[in-house]
Design a protein around this ligand. Sequence first.
Ligand SMILES: *Cc1c(COP(=O)(O)O)cnc(C)c1O
Length: 391
Amino acid sequence: MIDLDRVRADTPGCQEQVFLDSAGSSLPPEPVLAEVVGHLRREAEVGGYRAEAERAEDLAAGYQVAADFFGCAPTDVAFTDSATRSWLLGMSAVPLAAGDRILVSQVEYGSNAIALMQRAQECGATVELVPSAEDGSISVPALTAMLDERVKLVSVVHMPTNGGLVNPAKEIIDAAHQVGAIALLDACQTAGQRRVRLDELGADLISVTGRKWLRGPRGTGLLVVNPVAAPRLRPPLVDQHSADWTGLGEWTLRQDARVHELWESSIADRLGLIAALRYAGELGIDEIQAAVVARADFLRAELSALPGVTVHDLGTERGGIVTFTVAGVDGEEVKKALVDKNITLSVGGTTGALLDMTARGLAQVVRASPHYFVSQQQLVRFVAAVAEIAA
Ligand SMILES: *Cc1c(COP(=O)(O)O)cnc(C)c1O
């Protein structure tokens, strides 16, 4: 069980405010804040190089912290500046040629889809849609029926940006591997709220953000690279950190996942992300998942009982994203009315998951994403506020 008093004490922003936007950008706990702010101060005192050197051991240990969290080796981890960056780096490193096929699902994330379509166009590959099962998750039988040896990349969104649905990642990844395709897992909405482990899922690439459920700083992310897939990847962007320059026309790429990193990065933010990973690891991901699922299930049940409110989450297995609309009230109006009551959440339009929103005839959804630090009284306060708006 998570010690609610302790985690709430670590989270000043959740005391008065009902914070329901951890799928957007969560509230970092005090240890994360202390790392980021403390390091910025130190950089101002001794300069960025000396400040970094002082933290060299902690920075090196960060790879092990991430490895423990994601069930991989420290050499399988690259620190980046966002989930999108991680996903783009992974996707761009997959060799593709004319006639190759790329499979995506209805809930593909907007930024992923755009980058993928552009890359496919450039190399003469095709992007094809895997049908959804009746419950809205990616249909594994339909995927299996589409597979042949021309499928080189299968994109798996673990949990979409616009709903609590959890896709059967392991089954999809296993299927992709039957034809030797690279399976790229977008774990942006799952990392930090439920188990995402390379040793359990077997994905080739996993992209993660810092600022959402992990409660890290903005501008941070991770790319986890399966060492089995690594030799097949062609990193598109390399620098003197990713490679050794040995002479004119001579360089040697790093053999580990850090080949995907650049030399320069925000050290303060990286220390903050490492602190966030430690914090989540100490709480225990299974405890976090139980707390998040309980809160989201409670909200779905309460909101769907309100007249004029429709809950839109698909899927059989569900996580911490709760989406709904209020009849006759624009999502932005709902959000604004809630902000006035010190309740924070997001509204999603069609761009984040265009295919899904269009297929379901949704122009927007209001998204509540309660993390483990939200108290029961706060959830009740939120439901009452929505009831008032709907009435
Ligand atoms: C938020 C989100 C992303 C992008 O994450 P960034 O850190 O903003 O790059 C990718 N995929 C999904 C499903 C998301 O919800």
